[in-house]
Design a protein around this ligand. Structure first.
Ligand SMILES: CC(C)(COP(=O)(O)OP(=O)(O)OC[C@H]1O[C@@H](n2cnc3c(N)ncnc32)[C@H](O)[C@@H]1OP(=O)(O)O)[C@@H](O)C(=O)NCCC(=O)NCCS
Length: 161
């Protein structure tokens, strides 16, 4: 319910301004937000959210799911229109394919860069310093220090020596 109000207020706020006020709003809703966190016009629903110091989250990005934890580390750059979705369903039956709902924690480690429009699914960890290319769908863990791309995202190359 509190996130509903926060999302409503966010809707009327300028995307690239009032970061301190946005931190107050997210903290009021129960999120743990570090220092110098900048979020644009994002939408959060239902999750326990942690965002580390100096992390940026771009416009129209969405963080939602069931009552799971979403940890976003420090020094991360999460572009616009990124969806971080911790909720899903078991496969049901022929009459209703979406069976029982459940959610799994998502961890985005320090220093990760996620490109525009990527989708990060339930239960996934993205390792420190990795890059997720624009438009990718991450449905499995991505190790540290790599570029991953595509649908589903696979490791394309190692980034650092
Ligand atoms: C990932 C990115 C940074 C390119 O990095 P790069 O080191 O130049 O990568 P390369 O061009 O060497 O590509 C490496 C591989 O990844 C693939 N790849 C790169 N971007 C991809 C994408 N968005 N979707 C699918 N595959 C992609 C390439 O086709 C290549 O695949 P291959 O080795 O099988 O041929 C860039 O493609 C990207 O997605 N940038 C994000 C842009 C963005 O979101 N901007 C908003 C502001 S943050």
């Amino acid at each position: 319910m509190i996130y509903y109000i926060v999302n409503l207020i966010f809707f009327f706020l300028p995307a690239s301004r009032l970061y301190a006020f946005k931190k107050v709003l997210l903290s009021w809703a129960g999120a743990k937000i570090g220092k110098n966190v900048r979020v644009m016009k994002i939408r959060v629903q239902g999750v326990n959210l942690y965002i580390g110091d100096n992390t940026f989250i771009g416009d129209e990005s969405m963080i939602m799911g069931g009552k799971s934890n979403i940890y976003i580390g420090k020094n991360c750059d999460i572009s616009s229109h990124v969806s971080i979705i911790s909720g899903t369903h078991k496969i049901g039956n022929i009459d209703k394919a979406a069976g029982d709902g459940y959610s799994e924690d998502i961890t985005i480690e320090d220093g990760v860069w996620i490109g525009f429009g990527a989708i990060i699914l339930h239960g996934v960890t993205i390792g420190k310093g990795s890059i997720i290319a624009a438009g990718s769908v991450v449905n499995k863990n991505i190790p540290s220090g790599v570029l991953a791309a595509g649908v589903p995202a696979i490791v394309k190359k190692k980034l650092y020596e």
